[in-house]
Design a binder for this molecule. Sequence first.
Ligand SMILES: Cc1ncc(COP(=O)(O)O)c(C=O)c1O
Length: 392
Amino acid sequence: MNEINIEAIRQDTPGCEKLLHFNNAGAALQPLPVRQAVLDHLELENSVGGYRAEALANERLERFYTALSTLLNCRPDELAYVENATRAWDMAFYSIGFEAGDRILTARSEYASNFLAYLQVQKRHGVEIDVIPDDASGQLDVGAMEDLIHERTRLISITHVPTQGGLVNPAQAVGRVARKHGIPFLLDACQSVGQMPVDVQKIGCDMLAGTGRKFLRGPRATGFLYVRASLLDELDPPFIDLHAATWSAVDRYEWRPDARRFENWESNVAGKVGLAVAVEYALNLGLEAIEHRVVRLAEQLRQQLSALPGITVHDLGENRCGIVSLRSETETATDIQARLAARGINTSVSTAPWARLDMEQRGLEELLRASVHYYNTGDEIRRFCAALSSPD
Ligand SMILES: Cc1ncc(COP(=O)(O)O)c(C=O)c1O
């Protein structure tokens, strides 16, 4: 496993000088090479025009597919560039031809936008939603999940790492069950890609959605979708355009042969160049090394927080990642966030409507979310805890 050179990494991350950034689950700080790649492309667009710039950047744009295929362990033609994780997930989800009586199997930690989509197809087509209970640790219970599988289960769809805490759901075990029963498996990996190895072959998912701006440290409004090649022709994308398909005769069209059929013709080209660089940056550091450091920092943070009077840590699961969720007996999460922001400390707040099944079950209205990345340090954790426990 590579050793991460923290000093060099922080030099590549000028924001570290001014900020204490514990909102990496919101949007991480971009490293300089990512910012430079975006700026260079914008500059090129200014000097030669957008279409010419795109043609000239062809090799850099193709690197998005090759680098991401290495990261996720899939083929480049199984990847689509989409503007964010939600739309990437939607393109996969709404491609499934749900019929009345079909069932969707999901988990308690599900992200709001995904659950809203289940409710929408329930209203439109009369599907049933089955929710997997948690095990004693708070992660989804794989045994209970298998018991819930029904002859009409059309999709297993879960969130790998939820928006509201450090839980890492056992995606690989879910994948084994999905394969055993031949049920398509859609994984929301928005909060996991970039902070831990995510290998679609090992996990056994058929579709996976992710975003650029969070733990991958890419530009905002960039995201991606993986779809297993063998599933492509079973899906009917909800939107079509002249990039996704060819109008081959007046009354006919042909889909592109690859997963780019889930893309738009028009997209954020500078963002794609930047995301390719962000993926390469993560690959150069090594995802095992990144995970090792992130997990260690987050555990340090949990330990120090647990020692503070009136603070409770709320992360669930057997394996926890870089997202740390907490509450104070004396201050609301919103107040803490504002107070820390005034001191140059970035955190975020998770509220019940973002993950209602989980938050309601635990009787939580809101949580403060402090999410670390590998460029954070032990000293920042100590400063964070000191600021948290000393109101102005
Ligand atoms: C678990 C999860 N899924 C999906 C998303 C949505 O990602 P995006 O904003 O890129 O659409 C988020 C964003 O916070 C998330 O936490």
